[in-house]
Ligand binder design. Structure first.
Ligand code: NAD
Length: 257
């Protein structure tokens, strides 16, 4: 098992990438703290893990709230005695996110509070426990839109993911000699609820797919496998990267017919 004896905390563990990663990490032997703002979804992930003999526990946390983030890390320490893998994955893409003229300040603030401050709070409270546990791996979910301008405007979201990349790089350097690795995971467009709600017409979906060399949306499970590599000791010399798992989207100038 690739994560034997590891303790992992995953935010946004109730759906999409987070959920698939919780299931995979548990299958690979990790003790998993499933965290989400959505109690029902987070608990359902735990139930699914337990059904297959895995070890997991749920803690409700809104990652934009520092008290909740402290509580979620304290819960990891109380429940499993430490922390080795922190996956700051929870994020939103607001349906009213648009260009500079149309995006309301409230949409900008909410997006930044969850997508950027959420990662900061996860690290702020998670890093001391990772240090106490002898080191570990932090994975922060960014996006391919932090690398390329998006076809459909989503200014707050894109800006928030750029901040996640910059923050991850700097944290990687700060903690490089403390046995703590920090990497960003930059998924391409995925067939998860988050994106399908945003690209809510065939026209919008096709507009996006035109740019993906593989010609399909990615699956949450394909991100979970990338997170597994970054979380495990197999990536022991990998830090400060912007791990792109995007179906070739950032490599393409012209995509095949
Ligand atoms: P999803 O909507 O399927 O799941 C997100 C989970 O986060 C949900 O369970 C939700 O309840 C939880 N969540 C939302 N706000 C929260 C908060 N304030 N506190 C705690 N939990 C909260 O989304 P997903 O597609 O799995 O996205 C996961 C991450 O991947 C996000 O950071 C997203 O921006 C990023 N991402 C997604 C795509 C994509 O195409 N889906 C592409 C690139 C990056």
């Amino acid at each position: 098992m690739r994560l034997k004896d590891k303790i992992a905390l995953i935010t946004g563990g109730g759906n999409g990438i987070g959920k698939e990663t919780c299931l995979l990490f548990a299958k690979e032997g990790a003790k998993v703290i499933v965290s989400d703002i959505d109690k029902k979804a987070g608990r359902a992930t735990v139930t699914e893990i337990k059904k297959t003999g895995g070890d997991a526990a749920f803690v409700r946390a809104d990652v934009s709230n520092p008290k909740h983030c402290k509580k979620m890390v304290d819960f990891a320490e109380k429940t499993y005695g430490g922390l080795h893998i922190l996956f700051n994955n929870a994020g939103i893409m607001h349906s009213d996110d648009g260009d500079a003229e149309s995006t309301a300040e409230s949409v900008w603030d909410l997006t930044m509070a969850i997508n950027v401050k959420g990662v900061f709070f996860g690290c702020k409270y998670g890093i001391p426990l990772i240090k106490k546990s002898g080191g570990g791996s932090i994975i922060n979910t960014a996006s391919f839109v932090a690398h390329l301008g998006a076809a459909t405007s989503q200014l707050a979201y894109t800006s928030s993911k750029g901040a996640v990349l910059a923050m991850s790089r700097e944290l990687a350097i700060i903690h490089a000699r403390e046995n703590i690795r920090v990497n960003a995971l930059s998924p391409g467009p995925l067939r998860t609820e988050l994106l399908m709600k945003f690209l809510n017409t065939d026209e919008k979906k096709n507009r996006r797919l035109v740019h993906v060399p593989m010609g399909r949306f990615g699956e949450a499970k394909e991100m979970a496998y990338a997170a597994l590599y970054l979380g495990s000791d197999e990536s022991s010399y990998t830090t400060g990267t912007e791990f792109l798992v995007d179906g070739g989207i950032t490599a393409a100038y012209v995509t095949p017919e």
